[in-house]
Design a binder for this molecule. Structure first.
Ligand code: DX5
Ligand code: ZN
Length: 215
């Protein structure tokens, strides 16, 4: 059974509390919170202040996905906002190892995300230091895009690397996850499914989360 992490990027921000309460009561495991800076990705979403408000609506695990340049400048702020996991992008960090250590030293779990064009092999020497690897299955920046099929191959490769090093790193898939493609994503070795549009644009988000959870 996969960990289901609905992305609030697809929520209705005029009714954010209502959508948070729905997730809190649902069978969703994690809240996935997408932070975008308009520099690393061509979109701007929200920052630590909104994460802090969302935090007050739930005790569930808050998985914060930083799609920002210089994430090291904001690690403290997201810790204070209540993040449980902080994921930074491989492509945005000149000193990835240092950034990961900084996150861990504040008592959070640490994740590294890679864009669709980045090979998983590049993670070989950082794998033992992270809790989560987030494989982007769309180009980051927007919800509602289509799943890039090559991701399935990357999941299998990454799973092999994790097993070879006898590690307990979780594989998270982010972007274009649907009820139709989720079974093959899980079969390939994914542990965590992020889902934005599939959950929030469905007629019954709670039932959609149940359906993902039951796969
Ligand atoms: C994309 C974000 C995703 C996004 C997923 O840059 O990282 O978390 O919200 O949305 P869907 O599931 O609609 O592709
Ligand atoms: Zn995300």
């Amino acid at each position: 059974m996969a960990i289901i992490a609905p992305s609030l990027l697809s929520a209705n921000f005029l009714h954010l509390k209502k959508d948070c309460d729905m997730l809190d009561k649902s069978s969703a495991d994690w809240f996935h919170l997408d932070v975008m800076d308009g520099r690393f990705v061509p979109n701007i979403s929200f920052g630590p202040m909104v994460v802090e408000f969302i935090r007050t609506t739930t005790n569930k695990y808050c998985d914060v996905h930083l799609m920002i340049e210089e994430p090291e400048k904001y690690t403290d702020a997201f810790k204070k906002a209540g993040a449980d996991n902080l994921t930074v992008h491989y492509e945005a960090c000149k000193h990835l190892h240092r950034n990961i250590q900084q996150i861990k030293s504040l008592g959070m779990n640490a994740g590294v995300a890679i864009n669709p064009h980045t090979p998983v092999d590049l993670l070989k020497d950082i794998l033992k230091d992270v809790d989560v690897v987030c494989l982007m299955s769309v180009n980051p920046g927007f919800g509602g895009q289509s799943f890039i099929p090559h991701t399935i191959h990357k999941i299998k490769q990454l799973k092999e690397m994790i097993n070879e090093q006898l590690l307990n790193v979780k594989i998270e898939i982010d972007g274009g996850v649907t009820l139709e493609n989720a079974p093959s994503i899980i079969e390939a070795g994914a542990d965590i499914l992020v889902a934005g549009n599939t959950v929030f644009k469905s007629t019954n988000p709670t039932l959609t989360i149940d359906a993902l959870k039951s796969l």
